[in-house]
Write a protein that binds this ligand. Structure first.
Ligand SMILES: [Zn+2]
Length: 177
């Protein structure tokens, strides 16, 4: 086949997941007409229309808060627990309150007493959205964190846009980062 790259053989799953091998495999899986485009600008234009676009509710809103929201969603936040796990902080304990608890996503978003005022705005503006069957009471902490970071599965974009905007407002108002 034309424009197909040779993928080196790999014996380990780590090597199979490497950027090089994964990129070559993805390239080979593109449609032939996409691989055959002779210039980079033409390729980029066609690729963008060919590939799924970013999930819209994640876009927009506060840029800085959006960055921190994304970092939490990906597990690379600047909260003490994540920093500790990456060897960048001596302790995972929250330094913003006296609880002595790890500064996890649940602690930051749902529990830390320093952000009680900001949190009341977050919860009510997020979950009491017109007519949707969402209530704080139906979620445990883990599910609520998932909701705040990744949205409601199966809900329309508008609901998740509203949800994420309120998370951005919360992140900004806590001034944690
Ligand atoms: Zn705290």
């Amino acid at each position: 086949m034309a424009n197909v790259m040779v993928v080196p053989s790999c014996n380990t799953s780590l090597r199979q997941g490497s950027v090089l091998v994964d990129s070559l495999r993805r390239w080979n899986n593109l449609d032939r007409d996409l691989r055959d485009i002779p210039n980079i600008n033409g390729f980029k234009t066609r690729f963008k229309s060919h590939w799924p676009t970013s999930y819209k509710p994640y876009m927009g809103g506060s840029r800085i808060a959006g960055v921190h929201h994304t970092r939490m969603r990906l597990g690379f936040s600047q909260l003490n627990r994540d920093l500790y796990l990456r060897g960048c902080e001596a302790s995972p304990i929250c330094s913003q309150c006296q609880s002595g608890l790890d500064e996890t996503y649940a602690h930051y978003l749902l529990k830390c007493s320093k952000y009680d005022l900001a949190r009341s705005v977050l919860i009510f503006s997020s979950l009491d959205s017109e007519g949707h069957p969402t209530s704080v009471n139906q979620f445990d902490d883990e599910a609520l964190v998932h909701l705040l970071l990744k949205g409601l599965v199966g809900e329309d974009n508008l609901t998740n846009v509203r949800l994420f905007r309120s998370v951005h407002t919360y992140i900004s108002s806590t001034k944690r980062f």
